[in-house]
Design a protein. Structure first.
Length: 141
């Protein structure tokens, strides 16, 4: 049985277009979010009006090491605990996780709740550690 490729070209073209659309939609998020460099965050943490820093990882990850002054608010719990962070709605908020995916999800929740000044920590905790920046250990207060 011989299959003619010309019959499948339109189908392959549609599949390629669909794949491009799907991968493009899945990659939106962090790339669209304003980012702050780790060194810039360190400098801004001592400013008169420092940003609110939200660590959206699990409590176990937070306890193992986190950005000094960060508030632990796991991304899965954020929507249900939104009342705890609503007072920061008009402040600059920096989000981070280990590598990026969870902070993108958390940012979407905050944007939906009316937060206007959200940023993503560029490189997240992986980059923070790579640069050997200050890190606190222990559970959230």
């Amino acid at each position: 049985m011989r299959i003619q490729i010309s019959v499948y070209k339109p189908l392959l073209a549609w599949l390629c277009l669909l794949m491009a659309l799907v991968t493009g939609a899945c990659s939106q998020g962090e790339g669209d979010a304003p980012e702050i460099l780790p060194q810039e965050l360190v400098a801004r943490m001592t400013a008169e009006a420092p940003p609110v820093v939200l660590d959206v990882r699990t409590p176990q990850e937070y306890a193992a090491g986190h950005v000094p002054g960060a508030i632990n608010m796991p991304h899965k719990a954020l929507a249900g605990r939104l009342a705890e962070v609503l007072s920061f709605r008009d402040r600059e908020v920096v989000l981070y996780c280990e590598r990026g995916k969870r902070s993108d999800m958390a940012r979407a929740v905050l944007l939906e709740a009316g937060f206007t000044a959200t940023q993503i920590l560029q490189g997240h905790m992986v980059e923070w550690r790579r640069q050997q920046l200050p890190e606190n250990r222990g559970t959230a207060p």
